[in-house]
Design a protein around this ligand. Structure first.
Ligand code: KG4
Ligand code: ZN
Length: 344
């Protein structure tokens, strides 16, 4: 099948055409994130306004140069939630109108199943992942560990109890005076720092759980900064880099500790996947590779497939159709679509 995907759940406006859930024919992303560098986070009203400006040019570009017209499509897929309601509605309303004019089936996709599908996007189809798969999905709005038996079937093993991992990067970056989004900014500064210089606790270490908690690490960073500022007049650039490296290490160590625990509990897992914006983090990938022994580690082939994109939404729709059939039920756009609804 050839599916047009649309993704507008936050501050990215994205459209893509994907064939058979793996071959990305086009993938266009317009981001309004630069507008939010000063605010340290997304302003929902402003993000929705940017979505309205970007959606039609992005759609047009998704068809430019691929030699296809809407007649060559089999379906339209769109993120129906969770996300910012104003932003989501721009995508879902556009998709509903196009599906009606072009007489195509419309598939409403859970944003998370989109991320979970992103490891299938690849230049070649020969080497697809095999189930059961342990997937860490970590981004700005969510952090979960999934045990998947199929694309649309699996269990939620653990989830964050407070901040998401990406949010912890973003809030930490604000404390360190770095721009939004914080993940890439902290990762870049951490390259120059010593990750052993400052000690952070390992969250929920004593509990028998696969849940995550990041708010304590953020508070620990705040206190370290306060103590340094009390001792000396200004924090040196080396200290700032050491803090970035130590904080990044603490966040990644917590994420990988959950992977290690899950593998001990479910030893049959052969494939481990990292998806979502935080899966772009190189230190996380290195720590995860060390933790999983001879299992196969996968993450999205391109960096632009880690963060929000529409190719993953089109891929997810392909797998939803394959495993659950062409959906007949009507669906609504939902800002707080429950996580559990991503899987059966
Ligand atoms: O998946 P995504 O684009 O949006 C959500 O669904 O939330 O993820 C965005 C998040 C941001 O919090 C950003 O700081 C984080 O992913 N991120 C990273 C990196 N690149 C993006 N975190 C750590 N290291 C990175 N290299
Ligand atoms: Zn996302």
């Amino acid at each position: 099948m050839r599916i047009l995907g649309l993704e507008t759940s936050c501050d990215e406006t994205a459209a893509a055409v994907v064939e058979d859930g793996t071959r990305v024919l086009s993938n266009v992303i317009a981001s309004s994130r630069d507008a939010f560098q000063k605010s340290g986070g997304v302003i929902p009203e402003e993000a929705a306004r940017r979505q309205v400006e970007c959606i039609l040019p992005v759609l047009q570009q998704a068809f430019d140069g691929i030699g296809l017209t809407p007649k060559d499509l089999d379906a339209i897929a769109v993120t129906r939630g969770p996300g910012l309601l104003g932003s989501l509605l721009v995508g879902t309303t556009t998709a509903r109108i196009l599906a009606s004019i072009w007489r195509l089936p419309l598939i409403g996709v859970h944003h998370i199943i989109g991320h979970l599908s992103s490891t299938w996007l690849m230049p070649e189809t020969s080497n697809e992942p095999t189930f059961p798969i342990l997937t860490l999905s970590a981004s700005g709005g969510h952090t979960e560990l999934w045990l998947r038996e199929a694309h649309t079937r699996g269990q939620l093993l653990g989830r964050t109890r407070d901040d998401a991992a990406g949010e912890a990067f973003d809030k930490g970056a604000t404390l360190l005076g770095l721009p939004y989004p914080g993940g890439p900014a902290i990762a870049a500064l951490a390259e120059e720092g010593d990750r052993m210089r400052f000690t952070f606790p390992l969250p929920l270490a004593e509990e028998n759980t696969l849940d995550f908690s990041f708010s304590g690490l953020k508070t620990a960073l705040r206190y370290l900064l306060r103590d340094l500022e009390n001792k000396q007049r200004a924090i040196s650039s080396q200290q700032r880099a050491d803090l970035a490296a130590s904080y990044q290490h603490a966040l990644c160590r917590h994420l990988v500790d959950r992977i290690r625990r899950a593998l001990a509990k479910y030893p049959d897992i052969r494939d481990v996947h990292l998806v979502g914006g935080v899966s772009a983090n190189r230190h996380l990938r290195t720590l995860a590779a060390d933790a999983i022994g001879n299992r196969l580690l996968r993450f999205p082939v391109k960096l632009s497939w880690c963060t929000d994109n529409a190719a993953m939404i089109a891929a997810a729709a392909e797998f939803l159709i394959r495993e659950r059939g062409m959906p007949e039920d009507a669906w609504e756009t939902e800002a707080s679509l429950p996580l559990e609804e991503a899987m059966q």
